[in-house]
Design a protein around this ligand. Sequence first.
Ligand SMILES: Cc1cc2nc3c(=O)[nH]c(=O)nc-3n(C[C@H](O)[C@H](O)[C@H](O)COP(=O)(O)OP(=O)(O)OC[C@H]3O[C@@H](n4cnc5c(N)ncnc54)[C@H](O)[C@@H]3O)c2cc1C
Length: 525
Amino acid sequence: MPDAVVIGAGVNGLVAANLLADAGWSVEVLEAQPTAGGAVRSDTDVADGFVHDTFSAFYPFGAASPVLTDLDLTRYGLRWRHAPAVLGNPLPGGRWALLQRDRQETAAGFERMAPGDGRAWLDLVAQWDRVGTNLMGALLSPFPPVRHGVPLLARLGTEPGLETARMLLITARQLATERFRGEGPGLLLAGNGQHADFSPEGAGSGVFGWIMTMLGQTVGFPAPEGGAGALIAALMARLASQGGVVRTGVEVTDIVVDEGRAVAVTTAEGERVAAEHAVLADVAAPRLYADLVGWEHLPARTHRAMRHFGWDPGTLKVDWALSGPVPWDPAPAVAPGCVHICDGLDELTIESAQVAAGQVPSHPFLLAGQMTTTDPTRSPAGTEAMWAYTHVPQRVRGDAGGEGITGDWDGGDAERFADRVQARIERYAPGFGERVINRRVLSPPELERRDANLVGGAVNAGTAQLHQSLVFRPAGGLGRANTPVRRLYLAGASAHPGGGVHGAPGANAARAALALGRIRRRAQR
Ligand SMILES: Cc1cc2nc3c(=O)[nH]c(=O)nc-3n(C[C@H](O)[C@H](O)[C@H](O)COP(=O)(O)OP(=O)(O)OC[C@H]3O[C@@H](n4cnc5c(N)ncnc54)[C@H](O)[C@@H]3O)c2cc1C
């Protein structure tokens, strides 16, 4: 019998398994899909010779996360690649807002667009230099985040610190307009807020946009050489070297609870796998409790809380194999790996409001990736492996684009909406369509078929908005991995600190299980 069973071989499940194995525990990871990785996988299905990341692609959190860096995955084959520029947004009128690797270059670009914005940019980055490491450390550790939180609070108490404390509350629009004269910097900040589900007016949009943008400025938006799957391959190789086992194609359907403790799991094939010390679930919280545990084993407050659990919006993703580079007109001065397509802050606000109101957006905000620009191994020289995704309502009530898209994603709406997505790119890159060798559309239900945690195409296993973050994730509590069932730990992105590839929920769950294991051993002695 293994010491621990981990349900799900997403990045968080594999991080948890690695940390448990490092502590000397035997670990068995059970994964429903035929391949490990969850939302961190790559495939070659779009066109011969092209590698596409099926879901996630850029890993600023991964590069900044002490959890992942401490695993030293470069020893197991992981190699980060960077595009010449981090992020760009083409603007109407033929300009680009560009985030470059070098902060001085970024500032110089903004200065050319609006005098004064260069200095303002450098000030914003300097503010990050003062608190960024502690802020990331505090966010990525379990509550209370003593080690990083105390120095962070000490800094926030000083006068420039108060300005940073205000930053934690400000909206992206306010941040954009009070700091900058031109539209470029604010659009990048607010667009980065949209990587989660923050509208420019939403509480928390300023700080989330700031964090993402400053990570881009300081660590870049790196991607694993060879595809997102290379990150998972490194985690798997590391785990195997410690004796951990991963079994794919094994769906867990039940957690066996005995006297309030998780003692085993059963699989769709009827196999029972017992766990000596702990079960760690890289499973979306509402599914874990409703389907795998069962309400009869849970307190009424958990049932109530899960009824109010908020999913983030759905997602539709399009992958293209292109015969040449994207024909941007004009081309950016330096090629970015990540591209936002958004005409301005107001458009972003209207798009967010449409999604919130159940409308398929008329002008979808696109988050796109030029992956061969980032990592030349992704497709033959001179071609481009490209993707873009955008948010759609979880429940569609109408089409703000006036084309009658009803949310029948399996019935033709996915391709029709993908045409709208592609037209957005075509406007800034005339001739884009002529370079398409093949296109693949991943609708919300298709994303969920490929990873059960992506409920309705939600990329973050639950909204990242403040009412469901920190100690409120996945429900009001201590922001820890423990669940009401003893020896069962929530190890996936619906636990604090949420979505993104940083491994923190997995690490928090492993540490919680190990801490309890230590207490029990001491008690036995
Ligand atoms: C389209 C898309 C784009 C994204 N882009 C980025 C990005 O660029 N950068 C970034 O940092 N983040 C990005 N994210 C978010 C990020 O990928 C996720 O937050 C992160 O991968 C979540 O990891 P996880 O281990 O918690 O869950 P998952 O990756 O969802 O893994 C969970 C695993 O558990 C398995 N599982 C679930 N239930 C069971 C069961 N009952 N039995 C057995 N196995 C089960 C699933 O099959 C899956 O393999 C993106 C997500 C999506 C969907």
